[in-house]
Design a protein around this ligand. Structure first.
Ligand code: HEM
Length: 281
């Protein structure tokens, strides 16, 4: 075939491949692989308002990206546990790209007016992203643990069980601090099931790392974690702005005060000592 010829994609295919474990899909190999029929059957607006479809799809896209982020952070945690910083950096880097897409996903809702949102808001009932178990799973990985939130999932034993395991598992930051300790930087920290709180000795450990050229690789780890932390905050800030645009200071469907609650959440830094140490450098 000549280099400048353009070949058209094939239009007929071999036999359908059975999905080994799930309901087989029909159609092109692409449709079967991506499970198109199932994917496109999952959008069910409850109103006749156009903007509701973009609200549903944006939410579904973000849910999928939460799963992908969890995958990357799990890889990063395993790599840290195995003292494999190269693999940890690669996974964290992939994670920051997922986070960037998550942050820009808020653009999909940027054109939704308060009138449009108000006209379908009642169909949400008490539904709120606050109930997202995938998001809570990420929060636990970041060290923002809160056992009382598990109560929401009493009616879903599988989700409840998975989050209980996550609550007791070390966070990404716990794994990073354990690695620092193994590399001779004393950090008085034990993983627990409560929200991670800033600790002066951990800050001192990062100060030592950032000021010692011999520990440049650990400083790179600090910066990679900070890249992640900053994007967590940016996502929360864009959420806050979207909410401010679309419903102002009304209370949330999940029962919170809305904007003030979201602001408080956006103001809490993850991996706190990586932020505070900057005043000391
Ligand atoms: C403009 C549309 C949106 C509005 C007005 C809105 C509003 C709110 C409000 C008021 C809260 C606080 C809890 C409550 O009382 O409900 C909240 C929490 C939350 N929302 Fe949204 N939201 C919107 C879109 C989204 C989307 C698309 C997602 C994607 C999954 C999402 C995910 C979340 C999450 C994860 C929380 C918990 C945040 C945290 O714990 O810091 N929201 N939302």
């Amino acid at each position: 075939m000549g280099q400048d010829s353009v070949s058209t994609p094939r239009l007929s295919f071999g036999p359908e491949q059975d999905g080994a474990d799930e309901t087989p899909e029909t159609g092109t190999p692409y449709a079967q692989y991506v499970r198109l029929e199932t994917l496109h059957s999952l959008q069910h607006p409850r109103s006749k308002v156009d903007a509701e479809l973009s609200f549903i799809i944006t939410t579904q896209v973000m849910e999928l990206l939460f799963d992908l982020l969890r995958h990357e952070w799990t890889t990063a945690q395993h790599a840290l546990r195995e003292d494999d910083l190269t693999a940890a950096f690669a996974a964290l880097r992939r994670g920051t790209h997922v986070q960037d897409v998550l942050i820009s996903s808020w653009d999909l809702l940027a054109t939704m007016t308060p009138g449009e949102f108000t006209s379908f808001r009642e169909v949400l009932g008490e539904a709120s992203g606050f109930q997202s178990s995938a998001f809570l799973r990420l929060e636990f990985m970041l060290g923002n643990k809160n056992a009382s939130l598990l109560e929401m999932y009493q009616g879903s034993p599988a989700v409840h069980g998975e989050l209980t395991v996550a609550l007791h598992a070390p966070s990404l930051y716990d794994e990073a601090l354990a690695l620092l300790a193994r590399r001779g930087v004393a950090v008085p920290h034990e993983p627990g099931t409560a929200r991670y709180r800033a600790n002066e000795e951990v800050e001192a450990a990062w100060r030592l790392i950032y000021t010692d050229p011999e520990r440049a690789e650990l400083a790179r780890l600090g910066e990679a974690l900070l890249d992640t932390a900053e994007r967590v905050t940016r996502w929360r800030q864009r959420h806050y702005s979207s909410v401010k645009r679309t419903m102002g200071a009304k209370p949330g469907t999940g029962g919170s005060s809305g904007l003030t609650w979201l602001k408080q959440s956006a103001d809490q830094d993850v991996f706190p000592e990586l932020w505070t140490v900057r005043s000391e450098l």
